[in-house]
Design a protein around this ligand. Structure first.
Ligand SMILES: [Cu+2]
Length: 157
């Protein structure tokens, strides 16, 4: 004779919730010493964004200043590189007044690179390396700073 008694399982789903809530309460109560991991990231600045400034490359060599003849006005990121075997510096003068508007902080060593921010007003300038007699040897170039316009290529020259 077999008597099969299947014990009916009594589900009590609602009993789980208070248990969970109780355990969560205990966990959070124990974590008071830890740093709060709050997710408030709305005001976080874009941390890893590179400089959004337009980049202007200027190479210094014996004996020439290699750069574009036209620079944008406003803040630019100057990428200076001494590609020569001598020390060089660089200074910008306003053509009209011959007044200096910017110069490197000392000379660049051979092979040295620097990145500096420059904010030029519109106008015509002279860029020179005035170390030793480098200017007389050819390290002088004139350039113009003007506002970047999308349709600036049609100008006669
Ligand atoms: Cu020089």
């Amino acid at each position: 004779m077999t008597s099969e008694n299947i014990i009916s399982s009594k589900y009590t789903p609602t009993a789980v919730i208070p248990l969970l809530a109780a355990s969560m309460f205990v966990i959070s109560g124990c974590g008071e010493g830890e740093a709060p991991a709050s997710g408030g990231s709305e005001t976080a600045p874009p941390a890893t964004v590179q400089s959004a400034l337009p980049e202007v490359e200027i190479d210094l060599d014996e004996f020439v200043v290699l750069m574009d003849a036209r620079l944008p006005t406003g803040p630019v990121s100057l990428r200076l590189a001494n590609r020569g075997f001598e020390e060089h510096n660089l200074a910008f003068f306003v053509l009209e007044s011959d007044s200096i508007v910017w110069e490197t902080d000392g000379r660049l060593n051979p092979g040295e690179r620097r990145s500096v921010t420059l904010d030029l007003a519109a106008g015509e300038y002279r860029a020179v390396c005035n170390f030793s007699d480098h200017e007389d040897r050819g390290m002088i170039v004139e350039f113009r700073a003007q506002e970047n316009t999308p349709s600036g290529d049609g100008a006669d020259g």
